[in-house]
Design a protein around this ligand. Structure first.
Ligand SMILES: Cc1ncc(COP(=O)(O)O)c(C=O)c1O
Length: 418
């Protein structure tokens, strides 16, 4: 759709104009208040227009708004020092970026130039951004046919999804191990690119068995392949830890960050790696970005991270996520249209199915629930297949969360009736 000269596509099809947004609420053009269960897709984790972050941006704008790539502003150094304190030990070198896709492109280029290998392995139906690499890595060939030829250097694997699997978690992991060994044994794979084991980017909220990341780390180390962990959606407390690498305590070679990094106050992304990899690869990888890490964005990111640490936001995210799952599982235990309630931290998926048939998506019902919820004042997003993905601001008050859940439950019940 093109609306007022701006192009909108499937996942971003225009729905309403924002008049204002505050904490866990958004008001549309008509002044209709929406309780937000999206955080703008894992961006406004600390609530919309967090005043402390806005204040930090304004203070920086008064000092200096721009630093060319060959210079540094003090706030950039301050943010780099602070950020690496919360990265795994040894990941202390940062590529500056404007967002998630750019950080991931940097990671792919760096992995290739540091290892001297070209292949990248990724999982189908995950989302890492809109670049050709990112799309081809996560799309099925029929979906990217119009935008790219198949790329032999980009290898797809199915994600070991727990839902509807006839295999046990152990079998899923051992199948993955067999598939991966076959590929990695060739010793021509530069890196595996993955989220932590919970898909945040695609909308499916698919979950892999515990031990997923540990397995990838073991195999990548065995075959000299790098592990790139995409924390663009999982980072900044979303999954109940400050960062998702802490869930299995796995230290990847490269971490990419964006989205919740600045809480939506300014565009910024980061590619964080070891000094050794940076020295080996950065020059050929040509990590340049005109707007990467402009000072107001760094001020926003610095303040955002300070709030996460000060308030231990991940602890509340974990508690509230468990609460949401408990409420929804209890409510829908006998509902034939709810196939699954799953997720980690405050990243929860509700899988809607055809009457009692867990293998069959109920896309029509998903769209109906999203639209009914809007009419009743709840802002939701979905994967446009079978899943409504709940990502409320992590700072949401319990009574607001309860109100949102009440509307959601009512809409799912209503949409399930003929
Ligand atoms: C998991 C994940 N990685 C990467 C990206 C790309 O980030 P950006 O839109 O900032 O390029 C997204 C965006 O939705 C994402 O969800």
């Amino acid at each position: 759709m093109i609306k007022e000269k701006i192009i909108y596509t499937t996942f971003s099809d225009w729905r309403f104009n924002i008049k204002k947004a505050k904490e866990s609420f958004i008001w549309d053009q008509a002044g209709h208040r929406l309780l937000d269960f999206t955080s703008g897709w894992n961006v406004a984790n600390l609530g919309w227009n967090n005043p402390e972050i806005s204040k930090a941006v304004i203070a920086q704008v008064r000092k200096n708004t721009y630093a060319p790539m060959w210079t540094a502003d003090p706030v950039q150094k301050k943010y780099a020092d602070f950020l690496v304190k919360y990265m795994p030990s040894g990941l202390d070198s940062i590529g500056r970026a404007t967002g998630g896709m750019e950080a991931i492109e940097e990671a792919i280029k760096l992995a290739r130039s540091a290892t001297g290998r070209k292949k990248i392995v990724g999982f189908v139906k995950s989302y890492h951004g809109q670049s050709i690499h990112c799309l081809v890595l996560s799309y099925l060939p029929e979906w990217y046919a119009k935008i790219s030829n198949p790329q032999t250097d980009l290898v797809h694997l199915p994600f070991p999804n727990l839902y509807c699997s006839e295999k046990s978690p152990q079998e899923l992991l051992s199948n993955l191990e067999t598939q991966l060994e076959k590929i990695l044994r060739q010793e021509d794979v530069a890196a595996i690119l993955t989220e932590s084991g919970t898909i945040t980017g695609w909308g499916s909220t698919d979950v892999a068995p515990d031990g997923f990341l540990t397995l990838l780390r073991k195999l990548t180390q065995r075959y000299g392949t790098l592990l790139i962990l995409d924390e663009v959606g999982s980072g900044f407390s979303r999954l109940g830890k400050l960062f998702a690498w802490q869930i299995e305590n796995v230290c990847p070679d490269i971490i990419t960050l964006a989205k919740g990094i600045s809480n939506g106050a300014a565009p910024i992304g980061a590619m964080v790696t070891t000094q050794q990899i940076a020295v080996q690869g950065a020059s050929a990888a040509n990590l340049q970005s005109t707007f990467g890490w402009i000072p107001p964005a760094c001020a926003a990111a610095l303040q955002t991270l300070k709030i996460h640490i000060r308030e231990k936001i991940w602890e509340k995210a974990f508690r509230d996520g468990e609460y949401i799952k408990l409420v929804l599982k209890k409510e829908f235990s006998n509902n034939p249209f709810v196939g699954d309630v799953r997720g980690r931290g405050m990243e929860i998926g509700i899988d809607l199915v055809q009457d009692g048939q867990t293998q069959m998506n109920n896309t029509e019902m998903v769209e109906k629930v999203v639209s009914l919820a809007y009419q009743k004042g709840l802002h939701l997003v979905s994967d446009h297949e079978s899943v409504i993905q709940l990502m409320p601001p992590l700072t949401i008050e319990r009574k607001v969360l309860d109100k949102g859940l009440e509307i959601l439950i009512e809409c799912i019940r209503k949409a399930g009736k003929k």
